[in-house]
Design a protein around this ligand. Structure first.
Ligand SMILES: *Cc1c(COP(=O)(O)O)cnc(C)c1O
Length: 819
C-alpha cells in the first residue's frame, strides 16, 4: 500500500477535531488511539470495498466460519503490520511527538472468546485473507467479552469486560442489513398469501439482529475480508406508555430482554453450558447469519437453490453453531417452499463440522423441553431429521437396539448436537492427529464406522503474522537477516535456518534476543503488577485456561517439591527458575479456582522465603489474554504442555511457544506429538504416560494413586502439605483438592487426571531441563532447531488443508485500487 504521510497526518488531526473537538496537544492517549485507528480504517476501507466488489463480480464459492467465539485481541498493530505501513505510521507519530507504544496500549482486547477455540477462529481469518481466499467469520458482538480477572488475596475475582465503553474504531454498523430472529410461539400450518401450504410461527418473540462488520486485513495483499458480528435489540424497544405511567422497569423490559441475548460471553471453556440464554445466543447468530446468506443469494440468483452448495461452504466451529443446520432447512422450506428432499440435499452438501474436544462434559446436549419451548419449529425439523436417520440406522443395524438408541440424535430426553452435526455434515474433522485418531477409534467409533468417508484430520495452526512478526520483531529481524523475506507467508521457509544451528554468531544473537525479550516482560510485570523477576533465570511458562486436564496442579506440585528440597538442603543446587502462570478459570468451576488460590499461596510463600535466595520465583500473571500472551511467548524458555495424555485435543499455545524459540516440556498429547515429530524428541522434553497407558489403566481399573505415594515420599509430603497447615492454617482451603486426589469426590475416581502417576516422570524431565539449560549454547541450538522446524504449525498450512479437502474454494486476487 502506498502511504501518504502528509494525508495521514491531516486525517488524524481532522478526526481529533470532529470526534473530540480537540487538537493534538489536548488529546488524551485514548483520543489518540481512536483517531489513529480511525485514520488507519480510512486506509483499509477502499480495499475492503474492492474485495467485496471482486467477490460479486464473478460468482465464486466463499467459506463462512460460524463461531460463537472470535478471540481477536487488538487490531491496530496487526492491521498496520498487514498493511505494511507500521514503520511509516510510527514515524509520522514520532514527528508529532506521539509515542506509538503508548497509543497501542490503549486499545482494549476484543476478547470475544474463551481460549484456544476462539483464538483459532481469529488465526484462520488472518490466514484466509492473507492467502487471498474469500472466507469470512460470522459470530456474536458480545457487549461484554471474556471477564477481566483480578487476583485479590490470592483468589480470582471477575469483573465485567466493558470493551465497548469507548466506541470501537474498527467496526461498521450495517443497519441496512438487519434481520429478525424469532423465538417461541406456536407452530401453525396453512396457506400463505401466494397460495402455498407452509408451516409458520404465530406469537413468536421477535428480536432484531444488527450486523457490525470488522475488516480482516490480509498481510501484504489487497484482500480485506469481513468478520460480521450480530447484536440483538428489541423491535418494540422502549415503551413510552408505560414510562409515562411511571412504570419505568416495565417500560424497558422488552428492550433489556432482547439485548440480554448478546450481553455477555459465557466464560466456560470446555465445560457444560445448558442454559437457555446460551441456546438463544447460538440460534440468534446462526439464524441471522443464514438469513443474511440466503437473502444475498436470492438477490443474485433467485430462488433456485441448487447452486447454493457450489457457492457456500459453512464451517461449524464445534457444536455451538450446529443449530444452523435445521435453521437452513427451515428457511428453505418455510420461506421458499423448497421440499424436504431438495432442502436436505442442499444442507448436507453445505455444512462441515469441526470437533474440538473429547471431554464428555463439553459435548453439548439440550433438554428437549428447553429446546422445544424456545425453538418449536426447529425442534420439529430436528425430530424429522432424526426420524429419517433412524430408518437408515435400523436397516443398517437391525438387531442392535443399543446402538440405535445411542446414536439417535434425540434420546434420554436430550438433543445431541454433535450427533446432529455428524449426521448432517459432509465433513467431520479433529484438530490434531492423535485427536482425530481417538475420535475414530473411541469417542465417535460408531459414527466412523457408519460414515468413514466424512472423517478427516486438520491439525491446528497459528498465524505467524501476529505471533512472530508482530509480537517478536527482534526474532523476526534475526530470521530475515539470514533467510530473507518470504517466511511471513510461507512458514516452511524457516527450515533454511537449520544451517545456522552450528553458527556461533547466530546462537549468540539468539541468546541476546531471548534475553532482551525477557527484560521487556520483566519490565511489563514490574509496572503492571509490581512483580520483580530475574531475567537471568529460566522462564518456565504455563499460560492457558485453568482446567484440571491441563494439570496446572502438576506444575505447582513440582514447585512445592523444589521448595521442600531447597529449604531442607541448603546445598541443593539448581539454575535459577521463574515459574510463570497465566490462567482464567470459569467462574463456576470451583476446583479450578482453588488451584489458582493454591498457586498464589505457594507463590507468596516461596517468593518471601529468604532461604530460597534467587533459586525459585513464582508469578501469576493477572488477566491473561491475547495482548498479554503477545508479551509472554517471546520471553519464554520452557513451554509447559503437560495435559493428561488423550485429553488436550490440539493445543495452540504449544505452537506459539515453539515459533518463539521455547523448548517444549510436554506429554504425548494433542499437537505436542506433532511438535516432537517435527523438532525431534531430543530437542524437547517429552515425558509421561501415553494415552495408551492411560486407556489401559482406565479399562482395567488398575490405577491406584496410593501406590505412587508409597513409592515416593517426597510426593506424599507435597500432597500432605495441602492439608497439614503448611500453606493454610485452617487446613480446609485445599482439602478438596487433596481428597479428590486421594479418595475421589462427587462420584469421581481418585486423581482422575493422573497427576500423581505422572509426577515422578515430570520431576525427572524437569531435571533434564535444568541440566540442559546450563549449556547455554546447546540450549540455543535446540531453540533454533525448533524454530526451523515450526513451519507446519502455521494456520496458513491448516487453511490450505481445509481448502483442499473440505471447502474446495479458489483464490481471488483483489486488484490494487486507484485513488
Ligand atoms: C493461544 C491461546 C490460548 C490457547 O492456549 P492452549 O495452551 O492451547 O490452551 C488461550 N488463550 C489465549 C489468550 C491464547 O492466545
Amino acid at each position: 500500500m502506498r502511504f501518504d504521510a502528509e494525508l495521514f497526518r491531516k486525517n488524524l488531526a481532522a478526526r481529533l477535531r470532529r470526534q473530540y473537538g480537540k487538537d493534538i496537544s489536548q488529546a488524551t492517549n485514548h483520543n489518540l488511539f481512536d483517531a489513529v485507528s480511525a485514520s488507519v480504517q480510512e486506509l483499509i476501507i477502499p480495499a475492503w470495498m474492492a474485495t467485496r466488489r471482486q467477490y460479486e463480480k464473478k460468482p465464486v464459492k466463499q467459506v463462512y466460519y460460524l463461531s460463537a467465539e472470535f478471540l481477536m485481541g487488538r487490531a491496530l498493530s496487526n492491521n498496520l503490520l498487514n498493511l505494511g505501513i507500521k514503520d511509516e505510521v510510527k514515524k509520522v507519530l514520532k514527528d508529532m511527538d506521539i509515542n506509538y507504544d503508548v497509543i497501542e496500549d490503549e486499545e482494549p482486547d476484543a476478547g470475544l472468546g474463551n481460549g484456544g477455540l476462539g483464538r483459532l477462529a481469529a488465526c484462520f481469518l488472518d490466514s484466509l485473507a492473507t492467502l487471498d481466499y474469500p472466507g469470512h467469520g460470522y459470530g456474536i458482538r458480545y457487549e461484554y467479552g471474556m471477564f477481566e480477572q483480578r487476583i485479590e488475596k490470592g483468589y480470582q475475582v471477575e469483573y465485567p469486560d466493558n470493551w465497548l465503553k469507548h466506541r470501537d474504531p474498527w467496526e461498521v454498523k450495517r443497519s441496512d442489513l438487519e434481520v429478525r430472529v424469532k423465538f417461541g410461539g406456536e407452530i401453525k400450518y396453512g396457506k400463505t398469501p401466494d397460495g402455498q401450504d407452509r408451516f409458520y410461527i404465530e406469537n413468536a418473540e421477535e428480536v432484531i439482529a444488527t450486523p457490525y462488520d470488522m475488516p480482516v486485513v490480509g498481510f501484504q495483499t489487497n484482500t480485506v475480508n469481513t468478520l460480521r458480528l450480530w447484536q440483538a435489540s428489541s423491535p418494540n424497544g422502549f415503551d413510552l406508555q408505560l414510562f409515562n405511567e411511571m412504570r419505568y422497569n416495565e417500560a424497558v423490559f422488552n428492550q433489556n430482554n432482547a439485548e440480554n441475548i448478546t450481553r455477555v460471553l459465557y466464560p466456560n471453556d470446555n465445560g457444560p453450558q445448558g442454559k437457555t440464554l446460551r441456546l438463544k445466543q447460538q440460534y440468534f447468530f446462526c439464524s441471522a447469519s443464514l438469513q443474511d446468506l440466503v437473502h444475498h443469494y436470492v438477490i443474485n440468483y433467485g430462488t433456485d437453490f441448487s447452486k447454493f452448495p457450489d457457492l457456500h461452504a459453512i464451517q461449524l466451529n464445534d457444536t455451538h453453531p450446529v443449530v444452523a443446520i435445521p435453521e437452513l432447512m427451515r428457511i428453505l422450506m418455510d420461506e421458499y417452499s423448497i421440499g424436504w428432499d431438495e432442502a436436505w440435499n442442499i444442507v448436507s452438501k453445505t455444512f462441515a463440522y469441526t470437533n474440538h474436544t473429547i471431554l464428555a462434559e463439553a459435548l453439548e446436549k439440550w433438554d428437549i423441553s428447553i429446546f422445544q419451548n424456545l425453538l418449536p419449529r426447529i425442534y420439529q425439523i430436528v425430530e424429522e431429521i432424526n426420524r429419517r436417520f433412524l430408518i437408515e440406522l435400523r436397516s443398517r443395524y437391525p438387531e442392535d437396539y443399543k446402538k440405535q438408541n445411542h446414536m439417535s440424535i434425540i434420546h434420554d430426553g436430550k438433543i445431541y448436537m454433535a450427533w446432529l452435526a455428524i449426521h448432517s455434515c459432509f465433513s467431520v474433522n479433529g484438530v490434531a492427529s492423535l485427536h482425530t485418531q481417538l475420535l475414530k477409534e473411541k469417542e465417535l467409533k460408531d459414527w466412523y464406522e457408519l460414515y468413514p468417508q466424512k472423517f478427516n484430520n486438520k491439525t491446528n495452526g497459528i498465524t505467524q503474522r501476529r505471533w512472530l512478526c508482530d509480537s517478536n520483531p527482534e526474532l523476526s529481524k534475526f530470521i530475515t537477516k539470514r533467510i530473507g523475506h518470504g517466511w511471513e507467508k510461507d512458514l516452511t521457509k524457516l527450515i533454511e535456518l537449520e544451517k545456522f544451528c552450528d553458527d556461533d554468531e547466530s546462537l549468540r544473537e539468539l541468546i541476546e534476543i531471548k534475553q532482551h525479550n525477557k527484560e521487556v516482560l520483566v519490565d511489563y510485570l514490574k509496572h503492571t503488577q509490581n512483580d520483580f523477576l530475574d531475567p537471568d533465570s529460566i522462564f518456565d511458562v504455563q499460560v492457558k485456561r485453568l482446567h484440571e486436564y491441563k494439570r496446572q496442579l502438576l506444575n505447582i506440585f513440582h514447585i512445592m517439591y523444589l521448595y521442600n528440597r531447597i529449604t531442607q538442603d541448603p546445598t541443593f543446587d539448581i539454575p535459577n527458575r521463574t515459574f510463570i502462570f497465566g490462567a482464567k478459570s470459569a467462574s463456576g468451576y470451583r476446583r479450578a479456582k482453588t488451584i489458582i488460590k493454591l498457586i498464589n499461596t505457594v507463590a507468596e510463600r516461596v517468593n518471601n522465603d529468604r532461604r530460597v535466595g534467587g533459586k525459585l520465583r513464582v508469578v501469576f500473571v493477572e488477566n491473561y489474554r491475547v495482548s498479554v500472551a503477545e508479551k509472554i511467548f517471546p520471553a519464554a524458555d520452557v513451554s509447559e504442555q503437560i495435559s493428561t495424555a488423550g485429553k488436550e485435543a490440539s493445543g495452540t499455545s504449544n505452537m506459539k511457544f515453539m515459533v518463539n524459540g521455547a523448548l517444549t516440556l510436554g506429554t504425548m498429547d494433542g499437537a505436542n506429538i506433532e511438535i516432537f515429530e517435527e523438532a525431534g524428541k531430543e530437542n524437547g522434553f517429552p515425558f509421561g504416560l501415553t494415552s495408551e497407558d492411560i486407556f489401559k489403566m482406565e479399562s482395567e481399573h488398575s490405577y491406584n494413586p496410593q501406590t505412587y505415594l508409597e513409592r515416593n515420599p517426597a510426593l506424599a509430603k507435597v500432597v500432605n502439605q495441602l492439608i497439614d497447615g503448611t500453606y493454610d492454617p485452617t487446613h480446609q482451603l485445599f482439602k478438596e483438592i487433596h481428597d479428590s486426589l486421594i479418595y475421589g469426590v462427587e462420584g469421581q475416581r481418585p486423581d482422575p487426571y493422573y497427576v500423581l502417576a505422572d509426577f515422578e516422570l515430570y520431576v525427572k524431565a524437569q531435571e533434564k531441563v535444568a541440566k540442559a539449560y546450563l549449556d547455554k549454547k546447546n540450549w540455543a541450538k535446540k531453540t533454533l532447531h525448533n524454530i526451523a522446524h515450526s513451519g507446519k504449525f502455521s494456520s496458513d498450512r491448516t487453511i490450505e488443508d481445509y481448502v483442499r479437502d473440505i471447502w474446495h474454494i479458489h483464490k481471488v486476487e483483489v486488484p490494487q485500487i486507484e485513488e
